[in-house]
Every structure is written in structure tokens, then in C-alpha cells.
Design a protein around this ligand. Structure first.
Ligand code: IPD
Ligand code: CA
Ligand code: CA
Ligand code: CA
Length: 280
């Protein structure tokens, strides 16, 4: 299935292998979920497939690189504080794999074919490999630091849109309703009239891969975790785009409120988001 040849021992080859194997298995489990449970709220779902895919990826990584560290969504206590603590501890490691075994669990549970496997390799705090695999479309997005980004072997490039009015952008709706959801709704209300339209597909990682591939000109979301963003951030940077927090600070692993664009519309989106948050 892997469309182009990379040394079988390289980090990238292992990342691709993990994403492809897990993705194929996840797809084979569509419609068969037996254990559906919730985490922080009734909308925050997890299944045996999320856990199984994470186990499969961990095992494969450790077979090749037994001394590497792994931070995976299903290996961390649910909730923003525990995630931040786990990231803080793990980011000290020389080599750290950050994995989201199923990004878009709600879609997976409902058979809505927009979910992905997201895998990043971080070296001393910097993302050096990012792989996002969409098993429904068999689309594999791969980025290597300094070497570009590809979808099925073809270089990806961000869109050329210069204006918000001709930009298609995406977001996701946080399940935390006391501060994050109102913040996101204010942003949405401010942006919808200014852009061509807004999509909310339900996989942050895949939205970021789509920004890298020029299918979306921008994406923003609040309250994400490192496993949602790390791989996508490298894909976008290597495709010529820009990834920051809401204040325009460059992406780093602890960013949770992300703005990711083709670069050309970045400041315009940041301005609208800022206005929306201050109500001015
Ligand atoms: C979720 C998806 C969704 C986003 C949520 C994430 P999960 O990840 O990326 O699009 O809106 O904020 O938590 O839980 O399906 O891996
Ligand atoms: Ca989840
Ligand atoms: Ca996720
Ligand atoms: Ca997940």
C-alpha cells in the first residue's frame, strides 16, 4: 500500500507503517464497536478500537526503537490538566512519538468517513516527522522536517488564496461548554460572514492535512491537545503554511488553541479572532 519507497528502518517508514497498519485495522472495525464509553463528558467518546489502535502503534514503534518515548491520547488520564502534565514530562525526552490513534472518534462511531491516524516524531522538542492517514480515502500525508510534505508521494502546497472572502476554512466544536465553546461560537459568528464558508468535519488532524494540501485555506480550534496538532503542524509548515496560537506565537508542542493557514490569510484570521474575543 505504501506508495513510495523509504528506507525500511527510517523513522518516517516506521511512522507510515504504523499509520497504515492501524488505519486499515480501524477501517475494518467500522460498524462493529462493542465497547463505547465516555471520558470527560457524554460527548467525549472512546472505544475499544481507539485503545487497540494505540496499542498496535506503540508495539510497532517500540519494536524498532525500544528506547523512544511515546505520548498517546489513550495512555493519558482524560482532561486538559493531565494532558498538559503528561506532555510536560514527555517533552524532555530525546525522541518522543506523539500519537492520536483515531482522530475523529465520534465520526468513526457513527460511520461518518472522516477520521484519521495521526503520528508525529519529536526530537528534542521539535517535530521532525508527521504522518496523517485517512483510511476511508486511503490518503497518506507525510512530512519530514526540511524535506517537504507529500500526499501519496505528490508534494503538497498550501492554497494561494489571499483574501478571507475567497477562503474555505474549518474549525471544530469543543465539548467544554463553560469557556471554550462560547469563545469558539463568538469566533465562528465573526468569521462566517467574512469567509467563503466554514466546515467542521470532526478530525482536527485531517483538517490540518487539508490545509497543507491546499483544500482548506485555514483552520482554527481551541482546546486541542498535542496529539491532535503535532503531525499536522509539520505538514503545514513543510507545505509553505503558518501555524501559531491565537496570539500569533509560533507553534510549539504545548499550543492548544491553534490557527493554521496558508500564511497569506493568517493575520486576517488572527485579527478577526482577536476582535471576536475582546468583543470590539
Ligand atoms: C477530536 C477531533 C475533533 C476535535 C476535537 C478533538 P478525538 O479528537 O479532532 O475534530 O473537534 O477537539 O478532541 O477525540 O476524536 O481524537
Ligand atoms: Ca478522544
Ligand atoms: Ca484527537
Ligand atoms: Ca483520538
Amino acid at each position: 500500500k505504501v506508495p513510495y519507497v523509504v528506507s525500511s528502518k527510517s523513522y518516517t517508514a516506521v511512522a507510515i507503517n504504523c499509520a497504515a497498519k492501524a488505519g486499515e485495522w480501524i477501517k475494518s472495525r467500522l460498524g462493529t464497536v462493542a465497547q463505547l464509553s465516555t471520558k470527560t463528558s457524554a460527548q467525549d467518546l472512546v472505544t475499544e478500537v481507539d485503545k487497540g489502535a494505540e496499542q498496535m502503534i506503540r508495539k510497532l514503534i517500540l519494536t524498532h526503537f525500544p528506547d523512544h518515548a511515546i505520548l498517546g491520547e489513550e495512555g493519558v488520564e482524560p482532561g486538559p490538566e493531565a494532558s498538559a502534565q503528561a506532555l510536560e514530562a514527555a517533552r524532555q525526552e530525546e525522541y518522543l512519538w506523539i500519537i492520536d490513534p483515531v482522530d475523529g472518534t465520534t465520526n468513526f462511531v457513527h460511520g461518518f468517513p472522516f477520521f484519521s491516524v495521526s503520528i508525529a516524531l519529536v526530537h528534542r522538542g521539535e517535530v521532525i516527522v508527521g504522518v496523517i492517514y485517512d483510511p476511508s480515502r486511503d490518503e497518506l500525508f507525510v512530512a519530514e522536517k526540511g524535506k517537504g510534505a507529500y500526499v501519496h508521494g505528490n508534494p503538497t502546497e498550501v492554497s494561494k488564496e489571499e483574501k478571507l472572502s475567497s477562503s474555505l476554512i474549518a474549525t471544530g466544536f469543543p465539548v467544554e461548554t463553560s469557556t471554550l465553546l462560547p469563545q469558539n461560537m463568538a469566533a465562528l459568528q465573526a468569521l462566517v460572514p467574512k469567509v467563503r464558508n466554514v466546515r467542521a468535519g470532526g478530525s482536527a488532524a485531517l483538517h490540518m492535512a487539508y490545509v497543507a494540501a491546499g483544500r482548506l485555506s485555514g483552520f482554527w480550534e481551541v482546546g486541542l491537545n498535542a496529539w491532535d496538532i503535532a503531525a499536522g503542524s509539520l505538514l503545514i509548515q513543510e507545505s509553505g503554511g503558518t501555524v501559531t496560537d491565537l496570539n500569533g506565537r509560533p507553534y510549539e508542542l504545548s499550543v492548544r488553541n491553534v490557527v493554521a493557514t496558508n500564511g497569506r490569510i493568517h493575520n486576517a484570521i488572527l485579527d478577526v479572532l482577536k476582535e471576536a474575543s475582546t468583543g470590539s
